[in-house]
Design a binder for this molecule. Structure first.
Ligand code: PEP
Ligand code: MN
Length: 337
């Protein structure tokens, strides 16, 4: 349920309410808005319903959250959440571009791509060090060595970085090097992993499972939020359908549907959705038009030699073309790069 406090509720009244919630073994999540403070109470539904909250001083009203996802729902927070990473914002009026290679292959290549995408307007650098490959015989990533290069590229360019965490046993290691922790499509429903990142204080980018419904996607986000971490960025990366002209089918309608259901920012990954570079530009423009908060694009200085996902990676010139087209499109809907 959501408890809306009166605009003039005192600190003592608020504290008394929090003490009552605590005595009942429930978890309060406080959200201070522009005009009001609201407290989300999550826990045993029967205990919550038995609470005579409306009788407590300072409380204006109590609203039940009917959706199965609570903390991430629009009901819990009306305003859009803006996730801040160093000096970059994801959500709100900005449009954030995450760019970089699928996997980190060596230091020179990463630093070179990082400098180039930064010059072309990218905000965040991506690169995988532990790769979730379909085949155990494919390149699995450089591991910690790759993470070191990623941190070095951040120092050189000043761009925040994002990389994937695949296993709770690597959580500390990834935490040490990255600014945003990525949870990949194959791990969207790995609840232990979600709880692990939920207890961390760094932003998490949660990718939609390729066989998951929007509601299941948001329940996974709720797992992270329920542990206390609301710095969550959602990512639509395509789902599996019968269509095989593309690697996955980009579910573009998921963006406005998700915007309606949750206050969390959502970005689009056209690269893994398409699986082919020729439509990464058009799908990025579609992401702008449909109201996404950004895109994540795979870029390689020489896609032909890429150790993973070369077929869907843009080269530097193609990335420039895409960025140019996004810059002309964004002002039409009142956003900027
Ligand atoms: C990635 O972004 O590096 C990745 C592996 O994507 P996904 O989890 O969506 O397949
Ligand atoms: Mn990839």
């Amino acid at each position: 349920m959501i408890i809306v406090l009166k605009p003039d509720a005192t600190e003592e009244e608020k504290q008394h309410l929090l003490d009552r919630i605590d005595e009942l073994g429930l978890k309060p999540h406080i959200s201070v808005g522009k005009s009001r403070t609201i407290i989300g109470v999550i826990g045993d539904e029967d205990v919550i319903r038995a609470l005579p909250i409306e009788a407590i001083a300072g409380v204006e009203k109590v609203i039940p959250i009917l959706k199965p996802f609570k903390l991430v729902s629009r009901e819990f927070r009306e305003e859009d959440t803006i996730v801040r990473v160093r000096d970059v914002e994801i959500g709100g009026r900005s449009f954030t571009v995450i760019a970089g290679p699928c996997s980190i292959e060596n230091r020179e290549m990463l630093v070179d791509i990082a400098k180039k995408v930064k010059n072309l307007g990218a905000h965040i650098l991506r690169g995988g060090a532990f790769k979730p490959r379909t085949s155990p015989y494919s390149f699995q990533g450089l591991g910690e060595e790759g993470l070191k290069y990623l941190a070095e590229a951040r120092e050189i360019t000043g761009m925040p970085v994002i990389t994937e965490l695949m296993d709770p046993r690597q959580a500390e290691l990834i935490y040490k090097y990255t600014d945003i922790i990525q949870i990949g499509t194959r791990n969207m429903a790995n609840f232990d992993l979600l709880k692990e990142v939920g207890s961390m204080d760094k932003p998490v980018m949660l990718k939609r499972g390729f066989m998951s419904k929007i509601k299941e996607f948001l329940m996974s986000a709720e797992y992270i939020a329920s542990e206390g971490n609301l710095k969550i960025i959602l990512c639509e990366r395509g789902i599996r359908t019968f269509e095989d002209s593309t690697r996955n089918t980009l579910d573009i309608s998921a963006v406005p549907v998700i915007k309606d259901l949750t206050h969390l920012p959502i970005i689009v990954d056209p690269s893994h959705a398409a699986g082919r570079r020729d439509i990464v530009g058009p799908l990025s423009r579609a992401a702008v038009a449909v109201g996404a908060d950004g895109v994540m694009i795979e870029v390689h200085s020489n896609p032909e030699l890429a150790k993973s996902d070369g077929q869907q990676s843009l080269d530097i010139d193609q990335f420039k073309e895409t960025m140019d087209s996004l810059s002309s499109l964004l002002p039409i809907i009142g956003r900027k790069l």
